[in-house]
Design a protein around this ligand. Structure first.
Ligand code: AMP
Ligand code: MG
Length: 552
C-alpha cells in the first residue's frame, strides 16, 4: 500500500455511510424533520476569506496528507468547505438525544457537515467533518456557524486528549472564515460580532447514541436495524455478522468502551460539560468539545458549564453515573431488536463492574502501585480524595509532586521528624491555591492556621509510604510509573483562553506553541514549566477560564 504523502486531490474517498444507509430524498437545504433517513445531503456554505491558522501534522499523517506553506491556501479552501474534492459527498446526520435528562427529539448535525470517508494507505477509514460550515436541515433555530474561541478550544483539546492517551475525535485543521458571527456569550442581552471559524474533525465514525435513539423514538425499527447492522459491520467488524447475539456483544462492547473513556477523563481531570446522549460516541470517543473544562483544584462537584450551574448534572464526579444513564437510554433504543432484555441488563451491570475495576487500576497506577489491593487501597484512595478537598489542591500538580516524595527506607530523612514534616507540607505548597491555608503561614483570619490539615496530609503520606514499601518498588521506578499516567501538561482552561485572546488579536503562534507542549504531556520538557503552572488568580472567575457557556 502506498502510504506516501498525498496531495489534496489524491485523497481516496470510500463513502460507506452515504453509500449504504437511507438518504433523505429532499435535496433542498431548509430546516425540517427528516423521517426514515440517516442523513441529508447538504453542501457547506461558501465563506469569504478562508485562512488556515493551525493544523495537526499527526492527523494530516493519518490521512497521508501533506500540509505545508505551499498548499495552505488550498487546504483552507477545502477545509472551509469552499471547494469539494473529487469523491466528497457532503451530508449532515439525523440524530436525536436526551439533553439534561429530557428527550429533546430530533437534533442532528446542525452545524456539522461530513465531507466523506478517506481511506488511507493502511486501509483505515477516517471520516472528515467540518464544524461551523453553515446551516443544514438540522440547524433548527441556529445559524450553523462556529466562532473562533470555541473552535480553537475544540481543535486544541481534541489533540491534547489524543496525546494524553484519551480516546477522542481528532482535529485536522482550524480555519478562519473571514466572516463575523454574532454571539451572545452569556445569553444576557450582549450580542457581539466574533470571528467565525471552522474545525475539520476526523474520526472513524461520528455516530452517537442519539443516532439510534431517533429511530426508536419514532418506532422506525427498519431504519434502526439498518443503522445497527451498518455500525457493527463497519465499526465493529470483529464481532461478526449482525444477529441478535452480535447485537448483545456489540452493546456490551459499547458499555466497555464508554467505561474506559470515562476512567481516562477521571484520570486526567477532564470534565466534558454536556454529556447529553447526542454527545456520546458509539465508539467511546470523547466528542463535541463545548463548555468542557479541566479540573484545577480537586473538586468532584465542579462543572465548567454555566448552563448546568444549577443542577450540576455533568459535574466531574458524576460523569460515570451519567455515562451509565446514557447507556440505559441507548439500551432502551435498541431494545426492539432483542426478544429478551437480559443481555442488555447484563451489559449495563457489566458497565459498573468494568468501570470500578478500571478505575481502581487507574488509581493504583496514579499512586505508583504495581496493582490495586482492595484491603489497603480502597481506604487510602478515599482518604486522599478527602485530603485533596480540605484545601484547594491542584490535582495535576499534586500527583506530579507525589511522584517525587521519597519512600525507600534508605532515603529516610536525617532531619528531625518535625523538620521532615514541614518539608513535606512545603513540598506540596505549590499545588495549593491558597498555600497559606494549608501551610499555616497566613495572618489571614478568614483562613486560620491549618494544623489539622497538615496532620491529615502527613498521616496519609505515612500510610502511602507503608503501602509503597509493601510493593517493594524503588522510588525511581515508581516515579516513572506515576509520571506515565499523571500528566504534567494539560490544556488548563486559562491556557486555552490566553491562546484565544492572542488569536482574536491576530496572533496565531500561541496555538502552535501550546499544541507543541501538549504533544508530550507526560514529559518534563525543561523550559516549558510555565505551561504547567496552576491557574493564576486573575483567571479564577474570568469567563472562558473557569466558566463557559454553551454559546459557541
Ligand atoms: P451541542 O449542545 O453543541 O451538542 O448541540 C446540540 C444540538 O444543537 C446539535 O444538534 C447541534 O448540531 C446543534 N447546534 C449547536 N449549535 C448550533 C449552531 N450554531 N447552529 C446550528 N445548530 C447548532
Ligand atoms: Mg453536540
Amino acid at each position: 500500500m502506498d502510504t506516501s504523502c498525498n496531495t489534496l486531490d489524491s485523497l481516496t474517498f470510500d463513502n460507506r455511510f452515504t453509500g449504504e444507509l437511507p438518504a433523505d430524498p429532499e435535496a433542498a437545504n431548509y430546516r425540517r424533520q427528516v423521517i426514515g433517513a440517516c442523513y441529508s445531503r447538504v453542501a457547506p456554505t461558501r465563506v469569504a476569506r478562508p485562512r488556515l491558522i493551525a493544523h495537526s501534522r499527526e492527523v494530516a499523517e493519518l490521512l497521508n496528507l501533506r500540509i505545508d506553506s505551499s498548499n495552505a491556501a488550498q487546504v483552507a479552501e477545502v477545509f472551509s468547505g469552499n471547494r469539494l474534492l473529487p469523491g466528497m459527498d457532503p451530508f449532515a446526520m439525523c440524530y436525536g438525544g436526551h439533553q439534561f435528562g429530557n428527550w429533546a427529539g430530533q437534533l442532528g448535525d446542525g452545524r456539522a457537515i461530513n465531507l466523506g470517508e478517506v481511506r488511507n494507505g493502511r486501509g483505515e477509514r477516517w471520516t472528515l467533518q467540518l464544524k461551523g460550515a453553515g446551516p443544514t436541515p438540522y440547524s433548527r433555530m441556529a445559524d450553523g456557524l462556529a466562532v473562533l474561541r470555541s473552535s480553537l478550544r475544540e481543535f486544541l483539546c481534541s489533540e491534547a486528549m489524543h496525546h494524553l492517551g484519551v480516546p477522542t475525535t481528532r482535529a485536522l485543521s482550524l480555519v478562519l472564515t473571514g466572516e463575523q458571527v454574532i454571539r451572545d456569550m452569556f445569553y444576557d442581552g450582549h450580542p457581539k460580532a466574533e470571528p467565525g471559524a471552522i474545525v475539520c474533525r476526523v474520526a472513524p465514525s461520528f455516530t452517537r447514541f442519539g443516532n439510534f435513539e431517533i429511530f426508536a423514538s419514532r418506532g422506525d425499527q427498519a431504519t434502526l436495524r439498518r443503522l445497527v447492522d451498518f455500525t457493527i459491520r463497519n465499526d465493529f467488524p470483529h464481532l461478526g455478522e449482525p444477529s441478535v447475539a452480535t447485537y448483545a456483544a456489540w452493546f456490551d462492547e459499547v458499555c466497555r468502551l464508554t467505561a474506559e473513556m470515562i476512567v481516562h477523563w477521571m484520570r486526567v481531570g477532564f470534565v466534558h460539560g454536556v454529556m447529553n446522549t447526542d454527545n456520546m460516541s458509539i465508539l467511546g470517543l470523547t466528542i463535541d468539545y463545548g463548555p468542557y473544562g479541566w479540573l484545577e483544584d480537586y473538586d468532584p462537584n465542579w462543572t465548567p458549564n454555566t448552563t448546568d450551574a444549577g443542577g450540576r448534572r455533568y459535574r466531574y464526579g458524576q460523569q460515570p453515573q451519567v455515562a451509565l444513564w446514557n447507556l440505559v437510554q441507548l439500551a432502551n433504543a435498541i431494545l426492539p431488536l432483542f426478544d429478551d432484555v437480559q443481555p442488555l441488563k447484563q451489559a449495563i451491570e457489566g458497565f459498573s463492574r468494568h468501570y470500578e475495576q478500571s478505575w481502581n487500576s487507574m488509581m493504583a497506577a496514579k499512586l505508583g502501585f504495581r496493582s490495586y489491593h482492595p484491603t489497603t487501597d480502597a481506604d487510602l484512595i478515599t482518604e486522599l480524595h478527602e485530603v485533596l478537598q480540605l484545601v484547594e489542591t491542584d490535582m495535576t500538580l499534586f500527583y506530579r509532586r507525589l511522584a517525587e516524595v521519597e519512600v525507600a527506607e534508605d532515603s529516610a530523612p536525617r532531619d528531625s521528624e518535625a523538620a521532615a514534616e514541614t518539608a513535606i507540607v512545603n513540598w506540596f505548597a505549590e499545588a495549593y491555591y491558597h498555600a497559606d491555608s494549608a501551610t499555616g503561614n497566613s495572618g489571614d483570619a478568614e483562613r486560620p492556621l491549618n494544623e489539622a490539615y497538615s496532620q491529615r496530609l502527613l498521616a496519609w503520606i505515612t500510610r502511602y509510604r507503608q503501602r509503597v514499601r509493601q510493593d517493594g518498588t524503588p522510588d525511581a521506578v515508581r516515579r516513572e510509573r506515576m509520571n506515565a499516567v499523571n500528566p504534567k501538561y494539560v490544556l488548563r482552561n486559562y491556557l486555552a483562553q490566553l491562546a484565544i485572546d492572542a488569536a482574536e488579536a491576530g496572533d496565531y503562534a500561541k496555538i502552535d506553541e501550546l499544541l507543541e507542549v501538549l504533544r508530550k504531556p507526560y514529559d518534563e520538557q525543561p523550559g516549558k514549566e510555565a505551561y504547567a503552572e496552576k491557574r493564576p488568580e486573575w483567571a479564577r472567575h474570568r469567563a472562558g477560564c473557569s466558566m463557559l457557556s454553551c454559546s459557541s
